[in-house]
Design a protein. Structure first.
Length: 351
């Protein structure tokens, strides 16, 4: 659903559904500098999406942020949840709650709805004017935030011209987003939190089959972005997961059939280009927050909370030029799913 046709349902007290508001001219939430505040965790790939848009569109001064610590998360059920540091020296890169001085993120949620029954997740976008939450769904924010301030004095004409969801590519973006979310963005979590060997063996195949397809897709499109010459929201969706892949998902979530840097030269070139050459990507990536969040808050996976030092480097150096061939993980089950996914997504069309 496009941002233009999306409506914001009225939030009911006690809901588990969350908030789905939209910043847009003429709407309930007008695009105004300084009106909105974003709560994020630098560890979270889904919060990373919102923060990336904020940087790419030059909204850092218009939308300030508060950043929770990457750990601890709480008990086995996640309570009391993400915590703000007592001061900004307690944990580098994290901040106090700049709006309310809260100790925990859940306190911010309960300021809008004291009976809220959902998850106290990041990102969370707050409206200081109405003292309400605007939205806490990253996929929705990713879709409408890139155009929310266009046509205002808040951002420069150059930033306004960056279109992450261009009309000619929308059908392709929507189609690719569906299985990237399913098999990659959510797929690594499905692998990491499996509790049986059988479930793990099935889930890990889907991740690498999808990576095989993405590797070939970007190669055929010519790069440097997923769909070729122009950056789109697909690059943001994929980056937020793949920047964590070698550093976390390979060892912590047992996604170790291959690595981006060794088995996927095209994805590795795409990743290093974004990190080293495109403003906003390196600036929003904090490997300490990322590594310590996963290794020190997933007690059932890593009970001793030891954080590995590697891999080194976190991101390989950018090398100009297009890779001469694409790679893949050649485990037979992965190749089988790769073919199945290609038929599902591209049909008879040659990838």
């Amino acid at each position: 659903m496009s941002a233009e046709t999306q409506s914001a349902p009225i939030h009911q007290a006690g809901t588990t559904d969350g908030w789905h508001g939209v910043i847009k001219s003429g709407g309930e939430f007008e695009p105004e500098a300084g009106r909105y505040h974003l709560y994020i965790g630098l560890f979270c790939p889904f919060a990373h999406r919102a923060n990336l848009v904020r940087h790419i569109k030059g909204l850092q001064s218009a939308i300030d942020v508060s950043i929770v610590r990457p750990y601890p998360k709480g008990d086995s059920k996640g309570w009391p949840g993400w915590r703000f540091p007592a001061n900004e020296q307690e944990y580098e890169g994290a901040t106090v709650d700049k709006l309310f001085g809260s100790e925990y993120l859940h306190e911010v949620y309960l300021k809008d709805d004291k009976d809220y029954k959902g998850r106290y997740s990041v990102p969370l976008l707050w409206d200081k004017k109405t003292n309400r939450i605007v939205n806490n769904e990253s996929a929705e924010i990713l879709r409408w935030l890139p155009t929310a301030f266009n046509g205002t004095s808040v951002i420069s004409p150059d930033a306004a011209a960056i279109d992450l969801y261009p009309v000619p590519l929308r059908k392709e973006i929507d189609s690719l987003s569906e299985w990237i979310q399913r098999d990659v963005n959510s797929g690594v979590y499905k692998v990491g939190f499996t509790t049986t060997q059988e479930d793990y063996d099935k889930a890990v195949i889907l991740v690498f089959g999808a990576l095989n397809v993405l590797e070939k897709l970007i190669y055929e499109k010519g790069g440097p972005y997923v769909l070729g010459e122009h950056i789109t929201e697909l690059d943001i969706r994929l980056y937020a997961t793949l920047i964590r892949f070698d550093t976390i998902y390979v060892q912590h979530f047992k996604c170790n059939l291959g690595t981006i840097r060794h088995d996927y030269p095209v994805l590795n070139a795409w990743l290093s280009h974004l990190y080293w050459k495109v403003p906003g990507f390196k600036e929003t990536t904090d490997f300490k927050h990322i590594k310590e969040n996963y290794t020190k808050s997933h007690y059932e996976i890593n009970p001793l909370a030891i954080t590995p030092r590697g891999p080194f480097p976190n991101v390989e150096d950018y090398m100009p030029g297009k890779p001469t061939k694409y790679g893949r993980v050649k485990l037979p089950e992965v190749l089988e799913y790769e073919k199945k996914l290609e038929r599902e997504v591209f049909g008879k069309q040659k990838l």
